[in-house]
Design a protein. Structure first.
Length: 554
């Protein structure tokens, strides 16, 4: 009997010992979260009393030596104790007028992390309850807007041969998103999971290309069409020349259709015409290119992703590119010489891309048309005078407008109306966001426009385009025609590091009834998407549908 009991005790102790083990990724994930939490919450860290990057570099070797959960927790506990006493303060009073948006906020990991001792969790919770209430040392809010900007951060490249130096930059960026990205709750993949998957990639990276490749994959998980991740050429191990296809295109039905010629003579040399269908580039089908770039492009939705993808696959680092075309049921492959945008062909590309477009015009049947991408404030009085007597005005916003929303909004509205409200980060409680005041347009205007207001949108309608569309919707007689927009509204937060430049949506943008716009975009009342056949026939099917609606109301 005694032998059985001893055997059971031995087995039980082995199980307990096994459960106490902690993996490298678990340790580093938890360390990242604790380091970021202390950075914005601990009174002496958030105040700037410590060189917090250096503190991380000093604690990571100790974290590495910890083999069990108990040892790991003890390292973190001792670290927190060494920062000095956190004084208990009176309960932090939140104004009755504060309306929290809490979908982003989650500090439950403090108590739920299986690798934390109860003492460690208790210390972290106490810091949250007695958090820093002054001006944050590392973050500031943009004046009048509320999205964040960095300060007192290191913008230098990491040492790509030093694991901890690389982890420092990863941890800094991850926590920036964790606490100050307003749309974190909408990510398809949990941000914690993204960290867990990125840490091994960063550790394995041995040069700038591999490291920033891992970071680019991380950034793509924000699912925000505002996000770009531009790696400066001098950072990469090799300087790559960019060469361009002489036209723009659109992906439809897993094929690419040429929609615009950007360099006339270059296109003529290879007999490239609007409506041409591209099926492969360098022996890869468009479908294959769609799948393989998913982790490298950040977009709010599929429509925006495909639009961004076009720019990527119509660019090459090689002098020659194999392109397969489909025409009249026949496939043909051309080995093309693409061109350096910055060589002698640069002006031709610019000329092709910037062909003069009319700002506004009167179409047949007394219908007005306004190209919002080229219309400027100074053109609005003439536009109003020319089109005020029309039965409908089509505002084409399949582009990026020039801040002209206000005067047009006043023209089409009979009274003042609110069209957007916002969430902004609460710097006194990092991770929380608050509902803030909205934006209104219009005034008591008996002479407002009485005809139909029609707005054309598609995946190229992003940010100001979407916000302006929301403004125009207040007119009451507005119809949105087109397809899903980019789903990235609001002011952006930009970050310029030595090795890369990136940005993300800095505030949340909602309709006054708190309907979301991020990722969803502006939903069309009448959905119309261009077809391959329509492009080949030279039709603008979205505009054609708008003109039909202007005539029939259907």
């Amino acid at each position: 009997m005694k032998k059985v009991i001893l055997l059971l005790l031995l087995v039980f102790s082995q199980i307990m010992l096994g459960n106490s083990k902690i993996t490298e990724t678990e340790k580093l994930t938890a360390t990242c979260k604790v380091w970021g939490f202390l950075k914005y919450y601990h009174p002496k860290v958030a105040n700037g009393d410590f060189n917090w990057d250096q503190q991380l570099l000093e604690i990571l070797p100790k974290i590495d030596k910890a083999q069990t959960k108990e040892e790991f927790s003890l390292v973190l506990e001792n670290w927190i104790d060494a920062l000095g006493e956190v004084k208990a303060i009176a309960p932090i009073v939140v104004s009755k007028d504060t309306d929290y948006f809490d979908k982003n906020f989650d500090l439950s990991w403090i108590n739920k992390n299986k690798n934390f001792s109860k003492r460690l969790s208790k210390k972290l919770k106490f810091i949250e309850e007695n958090r820093f209430q002054g001006t944050l040392f590392y973050i500031e809010g943009e004046e009048h807007v509320g999205n964040v900007a960095l300060k007192n951060e290191s913008y230098k490249n990491p040492d790509f041969k030093d694991q901890n130096s690389k982890l420092r930059l990863l941890f800094m960026y991850w926590n920036l998103i964790e606490y100050f990205f307003p749309d974190k709750y909408q990510m398809d993949q949990k941000w914690d999971t993204t960290l867990e998957k990125t840490i091994p990639l960063v550790i394995k990276s041995e040069n700038a290309d591999a490291f920033y490749g891992a970071m680019k994959k991380l950034v793509s998980k924000l699912d925000d069409s505002h996000v770009e991740f531009f790696i400066y050429p001098t950072t990469a191990s090799t300087t790559k020349i960019k060469r361009y296809f002489p036209a723009d295109g659109k992906i439809i039905e897993e094929k690419m259709v040429v929609t615009e010629i950007l360099g006339d003579s270059l296109a003529q040399a290879y007999d490239i015409k609007i409506g041409d269908v591209i099926t492969k580039i360098n022996d890869k089908t468009i479908k294959e290119l769609i799948l393989e770039n998913k982790d490298m492009i950040c977009a709010s939705n599929e429509a925006s992703y495909l639009d961004k993808l076009v720019k990527i696959i119509l660019l090459s680092n090689s002098d020659t590119v194999k392109v397969e075309f489909l025409k009249d049921g026949q496939y043909s492959t051309k080995t093309m010489t693409w061109f350096n945008y910055h060589d002698s062909h640069r002006n031709e590309f610019k000329k092709g891309a910037q062909k003069k477009k009319e700002k506004f015009k009167l179409l047949e049947n007394n219908i007005g048309y306004v190209n919002m991408g080229v219309l400027k404030d100074r053109n609005i009085p003439d536009m109003i005078e020319a089109l005020k007597g029309t039965k409908a005005i089509v505002f084409d916003m399949r582009n990026y407008p020039n801040g002209t929303y206000q005067e047009i909004g006043r023209f089409i509205n009979s009274q003042e109306k609110e069209f957007a409200i916002y969430t902004r980060p609460d710097l006194s409680y990092p991770g929380k966001f608050v509902w803030s005041g909205g934006t209104s347009i219009g005034f008591e205007n008996k002479d407002h426009y009485k005809g139909k207001v029609i707005v054309l949108l598609n995946e190229k309608s992003v940010s100001q385009s979407e916000w302006t569309a929301m403004c125009f919707q207040t007119a009451g007689n507005t119809t949105i025609i087109g397809s899903q927009t980019a789903g990235a509204d609001g002011n952006v937060s930009e970050f310029d590091f030595e090795g890369f430049h990136t940005l993300f949506s800095g505030i949340g943008v909602f309709y006054p009834d708190r309907r979301e716009t991020q990722r969803i975009g502006i939903v069309p009342d009448i959905e119309v998407k261009p077809t391959i056949k329509g492009i080949q026939e030279g039709k603008d099917e979205v505009l054609d549908r708008a003109l039909l609606f202007a005539e029939s109301g259907k």
